[in-house]
Write a protein that binds this ligand. Structure first.
Ligand code: AHR
Length: 490
């Protein structure tokens, strides 16, 4: 029997809702077809946005949407995407599939999508191939409520009022596709560019995010924090779970049990990454003025056969549900530093929450995990601990992960993932100084290769979970192998 202790007296920090954010790039069918179909499309839409996708994302509770990239951001020139559609420039999307980008989805369409989703905006600016002037004018265009060349241009394009821009990223992967820079060079560039990301409106203080490291590049974090950390509110971290290597990543739906466990071990590296980058940040910023923003994370497999290799289209199985469940538990547990995270990506790209096929749409196992975990949003993280077996001899990857939070009504939300493919976990949960009156629970479980298809969209879905008994201070549950469970404890 594993012991699970929750301490409501230990209130750690707020779980910012933006930890449950997503990322949409001009890549493959994420924006075009997946989200935006245009007003003239036979696919039901509101102002060009697919109704079915918007409805599903609203129900999942997407709090913030990062756009327009990714690597695309550092080749994106925002003025190409405003004004009458017929006059917008057509360009080649050189990073992603070499297809024509007609710029029919631009700044106005992005804010319209955020409006329909009821989510906050996170726009990523172009440092790699853009200029300070271009970035500065974009911010003016989006946020200035007065008379100025850019505000007037926005009005002429149909938006009288500025938009609320919550987050702004100064470059993306500047160590790679965003300009191939060295950390000290990027830090200097950040210092220059960020000056012109102005707060035009005292009610719209833009939260500026500097480009952070790729995975285990602690030197990048160290140098950027040293030279520019006090000028940014957040620094990003990108980490993808690739079961094989970048040449042979592995297939999304066909994999061995060993490959599954490798995937889980690699996904759990997120814990080490967040912890160690936080340690580096603590040396420069012990008072935590700068947050860690994991604005790209998720699994990355070989593309589905017959699809454009540059479109990064992959299916999603119960394996991805486990990756999502454990990763979100890690973010919750580190919510004193991790303020936002954005899964890559929202629709039809990498570990998407939604897949589309023309007018058809399905929800992936990852979608169900996000929807299940949304009860943690804006809660207070509680101290908690679970005993567990490990997936490796060095005891680096636990079989069980958990996080627990308390909401405004005093109810406790606990989420648990069990990565074993064979063993159910008998868990005795005890909550300090808490009298339990009721527990309800939900589960996502099934064979690890199970996935939803356009012929059968409900192979993986959320179900009620009842295999537990109440005790005076908690419960005893039998959590099945390969599952993600949520308990609501009143
Ligand atoms: O999400 C796909 C790509 O991965 C992004 O464009 C880039 O930032 C990262 O390398």
């Amino acid at each position: 029997m594993q012991k699970y202790l929750i301490n409501p007296n230990q209130k750690i920090a707020k779980i910012n809702k933006d930890i449950y954010g997503t990322f949409s790039e001009h890549l493959g069918r994420c924006i075009y077809e997946g989200t935006f179909v245009g007003e003239d499309s036979p696919i039901p839409n509101v102002n060009g946005m697919r109704k079915d996708v918007v409805e599903a994302l609203k129900e999942m509770g997407v709090p913030v949407l990062r756009w327009p990239g990714g690597c695309f951001a550092d080749e994106y020139h925002w003025k190409d995407g405003i004004g009458p559609k017929e006059n917008r420039k057509k360009m080649i999307n050189t990073h992603w599939g070499g297809v024509v980008e007609d710029n029919s989805f631009g700044t106005h369409e992005y804010f319209e999508l955020c409006r329909q989703l009821g989510c906050d905006a996170y726009v990523n600016g172009n440092v790699g191939s853009g200029t300070v002037q271009e970035m500065s004018e974009w911010v003016e265009y989006m946020t200035f409520d007065g008379t100025s060349p850019m505000a007037d241009l926005r009005k002429a394009n149909g938006s009288e009022k500025p938009w609320k821009l919550k987050y702004f990223g100064v470059g993306n992967e500047s160590w790679g596709c965003g300009g191939n820079m060295m950390p000290h060079y990027y830090a200097d560039e950040y210092r220059r560019y960020h000056v012109y990301v102005r707060d035009y409106d005292s009610n719209n203080r833009i939260y500026k995010i500097g480009c952070g490291p790729n995975a285990f590049d602690f030197e990048w974090t160290d140098e950027v924090m040293h030279y520019a950390g006090n000028k940014m509110q957040g620094i990003s971290l990108h980490y993808y779970t690739v079961p094989g290597d970048w040449g042979h990543k592995g297939k999304a739906t066909v994999f061995t049990d060993d490959e599954y466990y490798t995937t889980i071990r690699k996904a759990y590296k997120m814990e080490e990454l967040v912890r160690r980058h936080t340690e580096v940040m603590n040396r420069h910023d012990p008072d935590k003025h700068c947050d860690l923003i994991v604005d790209e994370w998720g699994t990355w497999y070989d593309v589905e056969e017959g699809t454009n290799p540059g479109f990064l289209y992959q299916q999603s199985t119960m394996r991805d549900a486990l990756v999502a469940g454990l990763t979100l538990n890690v973010f919750n547990k580190h919510c004193d530093r991790v303020r936002m995270a954005n899964i890559a990506q929202t629709v039809n790209v990498l570990q998407s929450v939604i897949l589309t096929d023309g007018e058809d749409m399905l929800l992936t196992p990852t979608y169900h995990v996000f929807k299940m975990y949304k009860d943690h949003m804006e809660n207070t993280l509680l101290g908690s601990y679970i005993t567990t077996d490990y997936l490796d001899e060095r005891k680096e990857t636990p079989v069980l992960t958990e996080s627990a939070s308390v909401n405004a009504d005093g109810n406790i939300i606990s989420t648990i993932s069990n990565a074993s493919l064979t063993e159910a976990a008998e868990i005795k949960c005890q909550i300090a100084d808490f009298t339990v009156s009721s527990v309800t629970a939900e589960i996502i479980t099934g064979d690890v290769r199970n996935h939803n298809t356009f012929d059968n969209k409900a192979v993986v879905k959320t179900a009620e979970f009842t295999d537990f008994t109440l005790t005076s201070d908690g419960f005893v549950a039998n959590v099945p192998p390969c599952s993600v469970v949520k308990f609501i404890i009143k």
